[in-house]
Every structure is written in C-alpha cells, then in structure tokens.
Design a protein around this ligand. Structure first.
Ligand code: PGA
Length: 255
C-alpha cells in the first residue's frame, strides 16, 4: 500500500515566538511545492497559536509536543488539554516522546490515556516508542517496543488506528548524532506493523504511517525512506533550521 510520507519537525524547548514565526515562514516558502509528503512542525506551546495563524493557508500542519491526560478543562495547574491544542490551531500532537518518558516519568498507561484524549479532541496523535541503549544491549529492544505499542494503544479500536501515526525513536539515537542503521530501523518498523496487524488487523496495519526518529539529517534521510516500512521522519535538531529541514522534506533529492 502506498502511504503518504510525513516529515515532522519537533522543535522541543527551543525558539521564542518571534524565532518560531521566522523559521516557520522560511520553511513555508521553501516547501510550498512539497506535495509528495505532509510537513509538520511542533513549536513550543507559547508559539503555537501565532505560528498557526501565520501559516494559515499553507500546507504545513502544526503539532503540540505533549498534552494533558485529563479532561478538556479543569483544575490541573500547568497542564494543556488536547482540546486547547486544537483550539490553538494544532492538527496533531506528539505523545510519549522518550524525553517525556525519561524525564517526566510518563508510563505506557499515561500514554494510553493521552492517546484517547487526543483522539477525542480530533487531533492526530503521534505515538512515540523506542528502546534505550541498555535495553537494546540486553536484547530487549523488540520486547520493549512491542509492549509500548500494545499498552499505549490498549484503549483504542481498529478504526482509531486510521487516525494515529506511530514513530520509532530509539533513545540511543536521539540527539546523539548516532542514527540507527536503516536496517535496524526497518526491522523495528516491521515489528511495529506486525504488532498492530496482530491486534487491529491488516488493513489498519497497512495504512499506518510509522516515522523514524533519531539523528535524521539531510544526508541520511534518503536511506531511511528507501526502506519498505519507514513512512517518514520525526526530526529534532535538524528541524530547527528551515534550510536544513527543507532538505529533509525533499528527501528524494538527497541521494
Ligand atoms: P534528533 O531528535 O533528530 O535531534 O535526534 C529526534 C526527536 O527527538 O524526535
């Protein structure tokens, strides 16, 4: 099945509102003709609304980097609901990024709740999974990722799978300059697809887009995109600069 690629930029805790707008507009002018893929950026919360407004009419979509696991509104100091992200102009939200799991103790159970909240709010969640170096060295990579997928999606039904995106991001490859090999990434992506197939059926599995993340750069993106089960990238550091990120968007020109 032909799946439309997604190239997503996760800006993490970088950029002021003004810097976010500058980069977003620069990216817009560089990628206006990128019809071969969906382009997505995830600015910091404080910049979402302004960036979304300034990008109105462009094909670039906006994602939140996280959302509350709680209700649409309530007494949850410091939290931002999925509904509020949608209200600010987001169409997507990153859920369960490894930095959230590592530094903020996000568990698979919490990730499962957030996925439901995102879907309820009409957002497309990007479910992030991936093993640590210690888990890979111990031969547990497959088991860890399998349980992240199964537990993270435990409240979802097969139709929900048509409204989510997955991302495989090995923790040891994030921000380290040490990307996974395309072969390792492909085998993990195939595993994720087979886990989804087993639980939700082959139609859901075949249409699911699974992004690779971890030290993606203009010079390695093409090697990932050549793999059968890699449907795009979730890019951190290399998404902060519009010129560099747009080279990743046009991955087919980067051989
Ligand atoms: P990186 O981050 O591209 O800087 O390795 C990827 C991510 O955290 O999504």
């Amino acid at each position: 099945m032909k799946r439309k690629p997604i190239i997503a930029g996760n800006w993490k805790m970088f950029k002021t509102v003004a810097q976010s707008v500058t980069t977003a507009l620069d990216l817009k002018s560089r990628t206006y003709n990128a019809n071969h893929c969906e382009v997505l950026i995830a600015p910091v919360f404080t910049a979402l609304k302004t960036v979304a407004d300034r990008l109105e009419g462009s094909q670039i979509r906006i994602a939140g980097q996280n959302c509350a696991a709680e209700a649409a509104e309530g007494a949850f100091t410091g939290e931002i609901s999925a509904e509020m992200l949608a209200d600010a102009g987001c169409t997507h939200v990153i859920i369960g990024h490894s930095e959230r799991r590592q530094y903020y103790n996000e568990t698979n159970a919490l990730v499962a709740k957030k996925l439901v909240r995102a879907l309820t709010a009409g957002l497309i969640p990007i479910l992030c999974v991936g093993e640590t170096l210690a888990e890979r060295d111990a031969g547990q990579a497959e088991a860890v990722v399998t349980s992240q997928v199964l537990e993270g999606t435990r409240s979802l039904t097969a139709p929900d799978l048509f409204r989510i995106v997955a991302a495989y991001e090995p923790v040891w490859a994030i921000g380290t300059g040490r990307a996974a090999t395309p072969e390792i990434a492909q085998s993990m992506h195939r595993l994720i697809r087979s886990v989804v197939q087993e639980k939700f059926g082959s139609e859901a599995a075949q249409q699911l887009r699974i992004l690779y993340g971890g030290s993606v750069k203009p010079d390695n993106i093409a090697s990932f995109m050549n793999e059968a089960d890699i449907d795009g990238a979730l890019v951190g550091g290399a998404s902060l600069d519009a010129e560099t990120f747009s080279k990743i968007v046009f991955f087919h020109n980067q051989n």
